[in-house]
Design a protein around this ligand. Sequence first.
Ligand code: RET
Length: 250
Amino acid sequence: KPHYESVGSTGTKTLWVVWVIMLLSTLTFAFMAFRVPVQKRLFHVITAFVTLFATISYFAMATGDGNSYAEIVIKETHKHTPDTIEYVYRQVFWARYVDWSVTTPLLLLDLAFLAGMSGANILVAIVADILMVLLGLFAAFGKTDGQKWGYYAMACAAMLVIFYQLVVPGRKAVNAKDGSTAKLFTSVGLFTIVLWTLYPVVWGIGDGSRHLSVDAEIICYAILDVLAKPVFGFWLLFAHRSAPSVEGWW
Ligand code: RET
């Protein structure tokens, strides 16, 4: 007999709460964008688009859209009795991955422009990021453990490529700038690395091994998403106000 794992009322309430937070953050970031000098506006525009995408994806998830059931086949082989096959259907919110495929590259652009990274290093980070999210989507709909954890391992490798770009070329680039920008990059970059590392942890105990209910997983991602988007954004934009305005193509 198949076994279903689905969202409950706690999960739905949580999704609506995050939707409100994302909506208010978007309006605030957009408002702030009009009030900064043009040399600093790029960061506001990027950050406002990040929360705008999240607002839309949380609306989809809260209204019961943007999800589908992953079929998981659990095969047990026995020595003396016939093998048993168990089917589990778990609700996977693929809207997250659509959101992340756009918003995580934008968040990386925030950091890359802050540091003044080269085009080559930015591109490697962005492409690795898109690979990471798509591999995560494949992992979430993997039928067997081999598929799931195979994609998962490749996604983790891609995440390490992103971290390398921030820690090595990113730090090198920002050290050529003024001290306050270098300090801001170090703290916001460290925040990013710690926070992003928690996503595959939640995935592993949630969708991966199903130790978290669908609702518990929604709550964990809700906390991470609020930290990674609005909190990251407000921190970056407020701290950047006191940095010098640099002339450039932006
Ligand atoms: C997955 C599962 C596969 C392995 C890895 C993952 C990493 C996800 C990350 C997501 C970051 C999301 C952010 C959202 C902002 O709101 C896809 C969970 C490595 C790092 C920052």
